[in-house]
Design a protein around this ligand. Structure first.
Ligand SMILES: [Zn+2]
Length: 454
């Protein structure tokens, strides 16, 4: 039996597909169902995971980047130091890190002390301090609705926004523990979807296909076939795998057949796995794919190696939208959102072509996928923070009808909050797009078509 058959069998045993419906609306809980009858907009890229779903390293990286050395490495403060990923895995879950970090941030009560340790943007630290006390997804959801709802930006009641709720799997990607285990996180999202109009997206990491505990296919079954109310699937290649990994094929097949939308990260590589965690089974013949840095031993015949310069380069290669070409060829009916539309480098006109060429080319690759396949979309999440990127997007939307029909708004709350005032940035995004038809397409009709079909 080859690997393709092996994983198909495992999936068939674990997943009772007779429980799946082809109509995405059958997967909606009551609040989302109700909202569809009102006036509303859609934010297709949102994260509600709380402080207990992540570890200290991830949090500091996201909120307090310029204090990374001081807070994570404990090597004295280096206010301008930009964190790399090298010590990510050292940071195993530490009980009570939230309280400890909160204490560290108390210095903000004293502006002189804040100045002393090089904190130049106290507002961001206050935001971080607030976030540190959110230990339930419900609280994170409320923060989003009260302060950053795109519905409010567009003149509707703040609560009238349908959002995704994207999970992330740091445990498999980094090998670290977090306080709320995977089932707790799934249960909590399920409960939240019973009271709020959210669409939970379940993360699929192919490396869980071989696990006895928290097995990929068993989790998928629980998410979609046991009344868990999950709606879509999240793929995050730079956490260490190839989207064409053969262990994901049974999942894609179900997603294609039952109209389960897939969202893949395709932007920057703030979050990557270590090089030796990056691997997988690639392609029809299911060769072992191994990522190696350029200096390592030459190929042996049984493996397919991707030479990379470093961890960042490895993450970028796995994130490359080209890796979705064979997936789409094999599963042409897949509903795919290529999130971040390649990333901000792709939309930066001040690019340095000599260094960023691959990232710039992503735009063409994604548009090509949109041209070829009926259900390929892209969201512009995170990139909305820069007026220049938005202007480039608008020019493309006006030039290319297909891109105009397939592009969606997404905020990337709360990942994007390190970039400044999200509410203001969203207002600016709306101001630049301006045209009412374009706004209607980005915030409603395109995401609706991606999520529910026509
Ligand atoms: Zn995101």
């Amino acid at each position: 039996m080859n690997l393709k058959e092996k994983y198909q069998n495992l999936a068939d045993q674990a997943i009772d597909s007779s429980k799946l419906s082809k109509d995405p609306k059958d997967r909606l809980a009551a609040p989302a169902r109700r909202l569809l009858k009102e006036e509303y907009v859609i934010d297709v890229h949102v994260h509600f995971f709380d402080i207990q779903c992540i570890n200290k390293c991830y949090f500091v990286k996201r909120f307090l980047k310029d204090q990374y050395s001081r807070l994570v490495r404990g090597k004295g403060f280096a206010p301008t130091g930009i964190p790399d990923n090298s010590d990510m895995q050292e940071n195993v879950y530490i009980e009570g890190w939230e309280e400890e970090l909160l204490k560290e941030l108390q210095v903000l009560d004293d502006p002189n002390k804040a100045e002393l340790i090089g904190i130049r943007s106290p507002l961001r630290y206050l935001k971080a301090a607030k976030f540190l006390s959110m230990d339930k997804m419900e609280l994170v959801y409320q923060d989003y609705i009260e302060n950053y709802s795109i519905a409010k930006c567009l003149g509707l009641a703040p609560k009238n926004v349908l959002t995704t709720a994207l999970m992330m799997d740091l445990q498999k990607g980094w090998g670290v523990d977090v306080k709320k285990n995977i089932r707790k996180r799934m249960d909590e999202l399920k409960r939240l979807s019973k009271t709020r109009p959210i669409l939970p997206f379940f993360f699929c990491d192919p490396r869980r296909a071989d696990d006895k505990e928290d097995n990929l296919y068993e989790l998928f079954h629980e998410a979609f076939c046991e009344g868990q109310s999950f709606f879509g699937v999240k793929i995050y290649p730079s956490l260490g795998y190839d989207p064409y990994d053969v262990r994901l094929w049974p999942i894609y097949q179900l997603c294609e057949e039952y109209n389960i939308p897939v969202l893949t990260h395709c932007g920057g590589v703030t979050i990557t796995a270590e090089l030796d965690r990056m691997s997988g089974y690639h392609g029809e013949t299911a060769q072992k794919m191994v990522i190696k840095d350029a200096e390592s031993d030459p190929d042996d015949k049984t493996t397919k190696k991707i030479d990379v310069k470093d961890r960042k380069d490895g993450g970028n290669k796995l994130n490359d939208p080209k890796r979705w070409q064979p997936v789409m060829k094999k599963f042409p009916g897949l509903r795919l959102n290529i999130a971040h539309f390649g990333g901000y480098e792709t939309w930066d006109s001040d690019h340095r072509p000599d260094t960023d060429e691959d990232l710039l080319k992503r735009k063409g690759v994604i548009i090509d996928l949109m041209e070829k396949y009926e259900h390929v979309y892209a969201d512009f999440s995170y990139n909305i923070v820069e007026d220049g990127f938005t202007r480039n997007l608008k020019a493309t939307l006006l030039q290319n009808k297909r891109v105009r029909e397939r592009t969606m708004f997404g905020s990337d709350y709360w990942m994007v909050m390190q970039e400044g005032d999200l509410y203001k940035q969203q207002m600016e995004f709306k101001g630049i797009i301006r045209d009412n038809d374009l706004i209607n397409e980005l915030f409603l009709t395109n995401p609706y078509r991606y999520l529910f079909g026509n």
